[in-house]
Write a protein that binds this ligand. Sequence first.
Ligand SMILES: N[C@@H](CCC(=O)N[C@@H](CSS)C(=O)NCC(=O)O)C(=O)O
Length: 286
Amino acid sequence: MLRLFHFNKLSILSSKASTFLPLIPIPISKSVKSQMGSYSTSSSSKLLFRQLFEKESSTYTYLLADSSHPHKPALLIDPVDKTVDRDLSLIHELGLKLVYAMNTHVHADHVTGTGLIKSKISDVKSVISKASSATADLYVEQGDKIWFGDLFLEVRATPGHTLGCITYVTGDASDQPQPRMAFTGDALLIRGCGRTDFQGGSSEQLYKSVHSQIFMLPEDTLIYPAHDYKGFSVSTVGEELKYNPRLTKDEETFKNIMANLNLSYPKMIDVAVPANLVCGIQSKAS
Ligand SMILES: N[C@@H](CCC(=O)N[C@@H](CSS)C(=O)NCC(=O)O)C(=O)O
């Protein structure tokens, strides 16, 4: 008998997610080199976890799956168009069933892989925040739970880098992975944070978001950001509380730091933002 996902608000919207189709072989592009920094971190025997890297935009994509569930339901956080073939071939190789392709926000520096994934596996549902104003199959907001098998991610609204930024945090329950894991997008980076100078960004809002939604998590919570430019792969809430050179400061100092970053605009911003507002399907953006 087919065991359905837990039905919560999100799964009700996505009732197709509970029907499992046979795995379809995915063509593997030879031009996409594997750039996997993959390892398993969770003490939970159920969670399959991989951190994947796209080197041009220094973006991390995360693969999570409930490997103990008979259908091995999986999700991708922040897939990149250039590495979709690599990610889907890994998912196929591991015998996983991709259910959700999720974004933490509308990215400005690369095109999301979500639209491409949906064109290859039609029953995958795209997920983004309601506040992002982007097109997706499912819209989430603060407090929503996204189930995959017996595991879930909780949604925390963390605006500031963009208006619609969210952080996905693994569940707070004894049968969920320990320590917890927070996928912070560009809200909190390792020893840094997302810039706040476009897309509805606000340093005041970012400071409040990180302090109220991320720094309140247990100190052993693992921080997995959407980017790293220095070669770091993971941090913890405890480490960032101590060593983050921006967010350990008081709010006024933080705002001053952010106002003086003097970063040049991302090279792809004019292509990426319009495309990502329609799930990364570039033809619809023009
Ligand atoms: N040089 C890169 C863009 C680098 C950049 O601006 N990164 C963003 C996140 S992607 S919009 C950021 O918030 N950086 C914060 C920081 O302190 O570096 C490009 O041209 O794409």
